[in-house]
Ligand binder design. Structure first.
Ligand SMILES: [Zn+2]
Length: 66
């Protein structure tokens, strides 16, 4: 699998994945200190990006019914 070459950084607290190490570290710090997730940070996670793409593709498949 060529996809494996992509490096992802994981927050050990909430388990979300990021492409940027800086953001993953920010997330982990925030999660430890606040025991919750920061929406401003988790919106950069792979998981939240994927779900946004799913919503877009769902929109695409929607057809008007007679
Ligand atoms: Zn986190």
């Amino acid at each position: 699998m060529k996809e494996n070459q992509k490096k992802l950084y994981r927050c050990n607290e909430c388990g979300l994945h990021y492409r940027s190490e800086t953001i993953a570290i920010k997330c982990e710090k925030w999660c430890k200190e606040n025991k919750s997730c920061n929406l401003e940070i988790i919106k950069y996670s792979i998981e939240s990006r994927q779900s946004r793409e799913e919503v877009n593709s769902l929109d695409h498949h929607q057809k008007e019914r007679p």
